[in-house]
Design a protein. Structure first.
Length: 216
């Protein structure tokens, strides 16, 4: 299996940590999106949407990190029903958390920070910042009375959301006041194999890249 990815990309890191959890070996092909490598005709033959990550497994070319994570567990995750429950109720809760991540949490981070980081706007949007705080408030309530975002056990939803949350922190968002989120982070980072090697390393690389942008 091959994964086209970038270490700066939270969804890419989520896929890699899922593979690590399952003990899968991936051939990693780094795509430098800042240099526009995802826009080349060569890459378009792999993914017409010109986005990462994308998994190539035989004849299958699968984009969208959350779809990739589900596929990896369904096909290769023997005896891993905890990380992605097979029962309808358990899986529905995982799907709910994944949809919250892509539709609310990650989107609010993207909409608030990206215009500033990429110098599309000079002044941060107060309205978008309120939406960002709202998203973190929802996450804080999600883990108020349970250890993980979809219940008692670590799932792929936690793996996806932890990359989102730590990316927001790297961008400068203060998560300290979200006490339940802070406790959840402490649980998740020791429960995911390869967390330090994949996510922490990626976050540190991102911080250095952002620091260089700020200085320019």
């Amino acid at each position: 299996m091959e994964l086209y990815y970038n270490q700066f990309s939270p969804p890419s890191r989520a896929v890699r940590m899922t593979a690590e959890y399952l003990g899968l070996s991936l051939k990693l092909n780094c795509i430098d999106t800042l240099k526009g490598e995802q826009l080349t005709q060569e890459f378009e033959t792999i993914n017409s949407a010109k986005k990462i990550p994308i998994l190539v497994d035989g004849d299958l070319k699968l984009a969208e990190s959350r779809a990739i994570m589900i596929y990896l567990v369904d096909k290769y995750g023997k005896n891993n029903s905890r990380i992605l429950p097979s029962d309808p109720c358990g899986r529905a809760l995982v799907n709910l958390a994944l949809h919250f991540d892509i539709g609310k949490l990650f989107r609010s981070i993207e909409q608030y920070y990206f215009p500033i980081i990429f110098k599309l706007e000079e002044t941060p949007s107060a309205e978008r910042y309120e939406k960002l705080k709202e998203a973190f408030g929802i996450l804080d309530r999600m883990v108020e009375s349970q250890d993980y975002v979809a219940g008692r056990n670590l799932t792929i939803a936690d793996i996806s959301i932890i990359t989102t949350v730590t990316t927001a922190e790297a961008f400068g968002f203060n998560i300290i006041k979200y006490k339940n989120v802070m406790k959840w982070i402490d649980r998740v980072k020791v429960a995911i194999p390869g967390y330090k090697k994949i996510n922490v390393e990626g976050i540190e690389m991102l911080k250095k890249r952002l620091s260089g942008q700020m200085e320019n």
